[in-house]
Each structure stands twice: as C-alpha cells, then as structure tokens.
Write a protein that binds this ligand. Structure first.
Ligand SMILES: C[S@@+](CC[C@H](N)C(=O)[O-])C[C@H]1O[C@@H](n2cnc3c(N)ncnc32)[C@H](O)[C@@H]1O
Length: 241
C-alpha cells in the first residue's frame, strides 16, 4: 500500500485548556483529519472540550460515538468497528489524528484504537504523543507531591473490595486511585477510618464544567462521585506542601 497515510495519537487535557505538548499541537495542525471520541450519553466530547482556544479548523474534526461501558471483553471488537472509518481515510493517504484525554497510553481508549488500526493495517506508520496524566495535573494544581526520595507510588484503578484497597494503601507511600466512580462512598469511609483523610486529595471533572477539587477529604460529600474522579492518597503529610 504505497499511498498509506499516517496515524497520530494525541493526549489532550485532561481538562484544563492549553494542556497539550507543543509537538502534539503541531501534529494536530498538520493532520488532515482529527477524530475525537464522544460517549453516546454525552452531549460534548471531553477531548473536544480540552481543545478550546487552540483554533483548529472545525471542518477537519470528526466525532466517533461510542458506548460508555461496553463490557471489557468486547472492547477490541467495538474498536475494530470504530477504527474502520479511520482506516478508510488512512488508506487514501490522509494523516489522521485521534484524541484521547490525559496521557495517550495510560488507561486510555487510544490503546484499543491503536491495536485495532494495527490489526487492520499492520504496516501503518504511526506516532503516539504523550499527554499529561490526570493525576499529574491534579497533583500540580494542589501542590501534592507524587513521590519524594524513594517513596513508593502505586497507580491503581479503584478496586471494589475495601479490604484490598486498605492493603494497597498500607503497602505504598502514595496511591493514585483512578476510576473511582460509584465507589467514592466506600473509599471515603475507608480513608476516614484509617485516619488519613486529611492527607488525601481529590478531583472530579478537573478543568471541566462541574469541577470539584480539594486537598483533604474529611468533609468531601459523597455526591461528588463521577466517572472522571481521581484520589491521591498519602498516609502522612507531604511535608511543607
Ligand atoms: C479512561 S481513564 C483515562 C486516564 C487518562 N488517560 C490519564 O492519563 O489520566 C479515566 C480515569 O482517568 C481519571 N481522569 C481523567 N480525566 C480526569 C479529570 N478531568 N478529572 C479527574 N479525573 C480524571 C479518572 O480517574 C478516570 O476514571
């Protein structure tokens, strides 16, 4: 396939405007088409909201609508189908960018998209640009050290089992807890019971409408739960910060 285009993965946000590496922005400006995922249940693409102020031409932006919670096993099949429209453009020689929120290869649907495209077009030229992880953005906003000296840091999708979460907290200095969602009440109960709530930080919809951000979760209402929720857990103070 001599006329094959190039695929570019770009992490934006995860919320605040302007959070995009310069090289990734240049790649978006040079792309013929920019695909952005949008959950079927959402009115606006979160990745699209993170582009605000970047003045990218609307005519090269395309939305890819997906179901929020397909079961994990079916994700490769779902993305193979979604990837077909990108593959068509790539086969006609276009440079196609795909947006994801935060870092491109950190718990991101971009991973499924790249796998699907490489299944459809194994020789596809591609570049993945790293982005700013949600936890790095939240930590910076709250002066929350994510590892001093030899502190041990665990990045953990929130388990259902509170006992398991407690063991992980006990075995690490810092736990970055992602994908909290409806488990927030359980998590708050646990960190309060462990007496460490004042050392923890939380953000939901960071940099987006309905943002909640706080350092110290002693008083955080359980209603703040949402899909885009992250907690930074420490067992003791981070020092002056
Ligand atoms: C599918 S993962 C995407 C992770 C993303 N690639 C990153 O680098 O952070 C979704 C999880 O990322 C976190 N997240 C992403 N954006 C966020 C935001 N704006 N505010 C708070 N947490 C966010 C939440 O833990 C959410 O459950």
């Amino acid at each position: 396939m001599s006329n094959l285009g190039k695929f570019v993965g770009v992490g934006v946000g995860p919320g605040p405007a302007g959070y995009i590496p310069v090289a990734a922005l240049q790649a978006l400006q040079e792309a013929d088409l920019i695909f952005m995922p949008r959950a079927h249940s959402s009115e606006q693409s979160v990745a699209g909201q993170c582009l605000s102020g970047l003045s990218l031409p609307a005519e090269k932006i395309r939305e890819l609508i997906y179901d929020m919670e397909p079961d994990r096993e079916s994700l490769p099949q779902v993305y193979l189908k979604l990837a077909e429209s990108l593959a068509t453009q790539l086969r006609s020689g276009k440079t196609v960018a795909y947006l994801t929120i935060g870092d491109s290869l950190t718990y991101s649907t971009y991973i499924y998209m790249l796998e699907a495209l490489l299944t459809l077009i194994p020789e596809l030229p591609h570049t993945t640009f790293p982005g700013i992880t949600s936890y790095a953005a939240i930590a910076s906003a709250l002066d929350f050290p994510l590892g001093k000296g030899k502190e041990r840091v665990l990045i953990l999708p929130c388990p259902d089992d509170s006992q398991r979460l407690m063991r992980e907290i006990e075995e690490h200095d810092i736990v970055v807890l992602m994908k909290i969602g409806h488990r927030l009440p359980k998590v708050l109960k646990l960190v309060r019971k462990m007496g460490i709530a004042r050392y923890c930080a939380f953000a939901s919809n960071f940099g987006l409408p309905r943002q909640v951000v706080c350092k110290g979760v002693e008083e955080l209402p359980v209603e703040c739960a949402g899909y885009l929720s992250t907690m930074l857990i420490r067992k003791e103070s981070g020092g002056v910060l």
